[in-house]
Design a protein around this ligand. Structure first.
Ligand SMILES: [Zn+2]
Length: 280
């Protein structure tokens, strides 16, 4: 390691600035959304089997919930614009705009050049968790998803029920195409119910047993017509391992709801207003 310069303390002592002025983001009328979510009519329900994934569809202006049902279980969520799969959830920008972990009021943004909210979190029964003593939080947009490629590199073994593979099978079945034609659509996830952080000393990604219990749920408003896919991670509560069959694993339930009265003043979301010319 190099010797620190004489002014190292000054250089390291600058104050942090939050990068993005999120107060300038498009306004979310949470009171109007809360009014609408008081009277919901369930229109669909999908059970995601353990170590597997399933797709679901949510029209714009409708709500969906991801529920813990039988045991503490983490879910890996992908979202696409149902009318254009090239527009999809962008975990990196969502992380930069909101935080490493998301909860009520935060929005799930789509990739460039679209960059608009695909969904808004409207309720989270785990919002009490906040940040723990290790810097951990719930519902991360840090992690990618467990996948068989990383697992092979680390263990020299092939495991076929990582979240990436589960999401691939579910999307392939939905689109009725071979996995080789659709794998590129599977993207970095929102790790629903997963408790993660970075170690305070080495800043390495860590996980710990999820605090989720049956009856807990996280609820979203679909800001556009959505196709979703959810994997019940083979890591179960992700308190010990992942990418194997060692951990107890439970189903997750997705419910879709139509508000009995549409959200007052709600017009959906707009694509980014940038003209795409990039200086040319
Ligand atoms: Zn996983």
């Amino acid at each position: 390691m190099n010797t620190p310069p004489n002014d190292a303390a000054i250089r390291k002592g600058k104050p942090p600035l939050v990068c993005y002025k999120v107060e300038n983001l498009p306004f979310v009328d949470m009171p109007a959304i809360n009014d609408a979510r008081q009277h919901l009519e369930k229109t669909d329900e999908v059970i995601v089997a353990p170590r597997d994934a399933a797709t679901f569809s949510v029209p714009a202006g409708h709500f969906f919930r991801i529920n813990s049902v039988e045991g503490s279980q983490v879910g890996d969520l992908n979202l696409w614009n149902a009318n254009n799969l090239n527009e999809r959830f962008y975990s990196g920008k969502t992380r930069q705009l909101h935080a490493t972990h998301v909860s009520t009021g935060d929005r799930l943004w789509s990739n460039l050049p679209h960059l608009r909210p695909l969904a808004t979190i409207t309720h989270d029964t785990l919002d009490w968790y906040g940040w723990d003593k290790d810097g951990g939080g719930v519902h991360d947009v840090i992690g990618t998803r467990c996948d068989p490629y990383t697992n092979h590199n680390l263990t020299d073994a092939d495991y076929h029920y990582c979240c990436h593979s589960n999401l691939c099978r579910a999307l392939a079945d939905h689109l009725q195409k071979p996995i080789s034609e659709i794998e590129h659509h599977v993207h970095d996830v929102m790790n629903v119910f997963m408790c993660t952080g970075f170690t305070l000393d080495t800043h390495q990604y860590f996980m710990k047993a999820s605090p989720v219990r049956p009856g807990d749920y996280i609820e979203f408003l679909a800001d556009v017509d959505l196709l979703g896919a959810l994997s019940a991670c083979p890591g179960g509560d992700c308190g010990s391992s992942h990418s194997d069959d060692a951990t107890p694993c439970y189903p997750l339930k997705v419910e879709v709801f139509k508000p009995k009265q549409s959200i007052k003043g709600w017009i959906g979301t707009q694509l980014s207003g940038y003209d795409g010319s990039h200086g040319r």
